[in-house]
Ligand binder design. Structure first.
Ligand code: SF4
Length: 477
């Protein structure tokens, strides 16, 4: 049984795509590790992109991610403001400093090949590294970016850090999770917290998850205070900062906590709250589209849903019957959400190239619905029900990004995922899960079957849907 940690589901990285940016970046890092000391002997390097990576990789920054990964940079810590100058330097000089130590000739125009008509059988997101060493020998490796920044090789575990441990509460399905909650009388977050102790101490997990929230909230704050047009050629105007300005017209604040207080103080009511949920989600995904620092939740394209719903809970505190410290709410929310994401990853997919947008926005909405429900005092069964409701109403959602960019419909779609999560949570809290007609496991199975039946045109290829019905050509992007 595959074991996944909360830190597998929430990974700090760089936008705009977990499968097309973070995954290839991680694949490049793994290729360097495979080369080891032979890095210094590399004379030439070529990378081939297949399937969905070839079709939408240009818009998703796959080539940029590969160059940064091959340069030995870390997606968690690399200064996102340095991305443009670093890539410009590689392009202008046609040279790359492999693993930050060995300079090779490298012209991305020629050495990164987008093979749009070729697909590898294991997964639609295939990439192949072919290095020629100074003695003429070759080192070739094929990787697959399988969603959420995870990278796999055929017949190997996708998960290097978490995969092989035995957990006290192994969870493969919603039924397993429900059983453990009943046996232990713990909420979902309690079961997850004990499992996490297998990998690291409780305090280390707490610190790492709170760091995840810090990155999410900083991303939201920066997105709410950045104007302009998003990169890529589609000329999409950033809207989070416009909404932020309108809603906080006369507010005076200087920093993140002042901003949150201003949100609380400057309005109330359904429309005001709704505007903020949308604004939070837009802010994260505008940052994502602009190669900003984001957290996979469970992917980059869907990175705004969970932060928007959690921020909504913390700022407006609607339905909260507890005076628990904010940190505890953050941890409970993210632990619960992560376990729901793990179930989808194990039994279906979180890759849009495999399952369309139901696998991204649908999964993130289900995760957020469960997290919100637990923080509002829902039972484990109500959390599972909330996740089920949220996914049930994303079933069949296709992936059709215009121009191969993670902008339209992706950015707005996060607002919809967040609102559906809140609605699903409220419905579940008003319901008796024992009378539910559809279980979470059944909806996960249905999502996976729908994914398999879905035409490849709707799986992150930009070959169908909005991507072909909007009058813009890829060359304009
Ligand atoms: S349409 Fe959905 S799945 Fe596709 S790239 Fe956009 S957010 Fe991701």
């Amino acid at each position: 049984m595959e074991s996944l940690s909360v830190l597998d589901m929430f990974k700090i990285g760089v936008g705009p795509s977990s499968s097309h940016t973070l995954g290839p970046w991680n694949a490049a890092t793994r290729f360097l590790e495979t080369l080891g000391n032979e890095v210094d002997a590399v004379r030439a390097l070529q990378i081939k992109l297949y399937g969905s990576l070839a079709k939408t990789g240009a818009g998703h920054g796959t080539d940029i991610a590969l160059m940064l990964g091959l340069s030995g940079e870390d997606p968690v810590s690399f200064d996102v403001d340095a991305i443009r100058p670093t890539i410009k330097s590689i392009r202008d000089n046609k040279q790359l400093l492999l693993d930050a130590s060995h300079r090779i000739d490298f012209d991305p125009e020629h050495h990164i090949r987008f093979l749009k008509d070729e697909m590898l059988p294991f997964h639609p997101n295939g990439l192949e590294f072919c290095a020629t060493l100074s003695d003429g020998s070759q080192r070739n490796e094929i990787y697959f970016s399988i969603g959420g920044g995870f990278v796999a090789q055929e017949n190997q575990s996708p998960n290097k850090t978490s995969g092989s441990v035995i957990l006290p509460y192994p969870i493969e399905s919603a039924l397993d999770l429900s059983r453990w909650c009943k046996q232990t009388s713990l909420p979902i977050s309690g079961v997850v917290a004990i499992n996490e102790n297998t990998w690291r101490s409780e305090s280390e997990t707490r610190a790492a998850v709170l760091k995840i929230w810090e990155v999410m909230s900083q991303c939201m704050y920066i997105g709410c205070h950045t104007d302009g047009i998003l990169p890529g050629g589609l000329k999409v105007m950033r809207r989070a900062s416009l909404i932020n300005k309108r809603l906080l017209e006369s507010a005076d604040y200087e920093d993140y906590s002042g901003w949150r207080q201003a949100i609380r103080d400057n309005g109330s009511g359904f429309a005001y709250t709704l505007d903020w949920v949308s604004c939070f989600a837009l802010a994260v995904n505008e940052q994502n589209a602009a190669f900003g620092r984001v957290v996979t939740a469970p992917t980059n394209g869907a990175a705004g849903v969970i932060p928007a719903v959690l921020q909504y809970l913390l700022v407006f505190r609607e339905g909260l019957n507890t005076d628990a410290p904010e940190e505890d709410l953050i941890l409970r929310f993210l632990y619960t959400a992560s376990e729901i994401g793990c179930i989808f990853k194990k039994r279906a997919t979180i890759s849009a190239a495999m399952g369309g947008c139901q696998a991204e926005i649908g999964v993130s909405s289900a995760m957020a619905a469960a997290g919100l429900t637990e923080c509002r005092g829902g039972t484990a069964e109500q959390c599972l029900m909330a996740a089920e409701i949220a996914m049930e109403h994303h079933l069949g959602m296709t992936c059709d990004p215009i121009g191969g960019l993670v902008q339209v419909p992706c950015i707005e779609r996060n607002t919809m995922g967040a609102i559906k999560a809140i609605t699903a949570s409220q419905l579940a809290l008003h319901s008796d899960p024992a009378s539910a007609k559809v279980s979470l496991d059944v909806v996960v199975k249905t999502m996976w079957e729908t994914a398999q039946d879905m035409s490849s045109r709707y799986k992150e290829t930009s070959d169908g849907g909005l991507a072909v019905n909007i009058p813009i050509s890829l060359s304009e992007c």
